[in-house]
Design a binder for this molecule. Sequence first.
Ligand code: 5AD
Ligand code: SF4
Length: 451
Amino acid sequence: MDRQRGFMDRVAAMGGGRYEIVTYGCQMNARDSETLAGLLQQMGYEPARSREEATLILFNTCCVRDNAERRVFGNVGHLRARKREDPRLVVGVCGCMMQQDGAAERLLASAPFVDIVFGTGSLHRLPELLCQYLEEGRRQVLVETDARAPIAEGLPAVRQSGVQAFVNIMFGCDNFCSYCIVPYVRGRERSREPRDILHEAEQLAKAGVKEITLLGQNVNSYRASDGTGFPQLLRLLDGVVPRIRFMTSHPKDLSDELISAMAELPSVCKQLHLPVQSGSDAVLERMNRRYTAEKYLALVEKLREAMPGIGLSTDIIVGFPGETEQDFEATMELDRLARYDSAYTFLYSKRRGTRAAEMPDQVPEEIMKERIYRLIAQQEKITAEKLAAFVGTEQQVLVEGASTRDKKAWMGRTDSGIAVNLTGKDIRPGDMLQVKIESAGANTLRGRREE
Ligand code: 5AD
Ligand code: SF4
């Protein structure tokens, strides 16, 4: 970071400006955008109140599915006319998509008005790129392809919320699920040191944060240089803030030790996001997931035995190459047996460079869509039944902020991760309240604070 300080000062001396960051994709990207905002603010930039006011617009991209990529190209393209009118506008594109083979070149060729391009591995070098662009007026491109690039520590961040914060514990992924681009764009697994994570959590607690979510593509394979594994990391962090969540977990690495740590530790929320992807063993095998439907369901049972009220969610891909009606039926059945609180369902999207892209029998789009609608309808019913069971109970809810739907209500979450809209007197973000659940909607609960 020291090398970047000089660049930061040089940019700040140019008088700053107003920025907008447009974020696509997962929580990792959302967290990266907080770092980008932190860096920009240290260079004298302030958040723009509208797109029109922005003097710098940065797109933090995703490439996990095809639609994310199309949206990025479309939205960047919209700036063409604006840049013609105002050549001082700085346009940057960064994130996963830029790490993908050929994507940066495609963007640079089709959008000559883009000034700065960098990948996830070069996030911390934004000051250098911006400084050189502003001083020299030449386009800056930096895509670090070293899959083992060291983790940059000590970066600033502007957090989205005062109550809840994301904390990276590791970067990259070594699993190479055959459909997934992440291992290619985010590189090999690298874990942060426990002391750096603890320090960040303590600083957040001091700033009033009540809940942290530990982030990694596969947190269960976290391993620090001193051998600390994920369950030990949870033990180290327990009590620093009232609530700790984490995502994502890979079923093949979910150990008994982790299940007991979750069950025992008071700060660790009883909630788990455990992507299953498919209920068919043949499909799971081709996906390189390294578990069977039976093993997965046994894990679910073990988790519910250790933590009866645990909130469970999943990711499911519909239409993986070669998926037959019978394979899909197996997914439907697994979804019924697991009884998830919620499921994120995705149409399979072919990613160039992955093994699945080369597989025969790609499933036609109409069939994929027809299947996903069936799955969504089934899961909606399960979600509704599970939410209805909360009506009349009392739940401990951490208030996160104002409800987006109803301006008079607040939004919080149960320990198991379910969103609750609540009303009552003298409520503030960060309050931990006993809430009587009065009704259930499609995805949320509604309640009143116990007087
Ligand atoms: N097509 C569809 N969904 C995908 N995911 C990852 N790669 C693809 C792909 N090529 C989904 C998986 C993963 C989630 C983050 O995105 O379900 O768990
Ligand atoms: Fe992609 Fe599989 Fe790694 Fe998740 S575990 S990021 S799906 S390769």
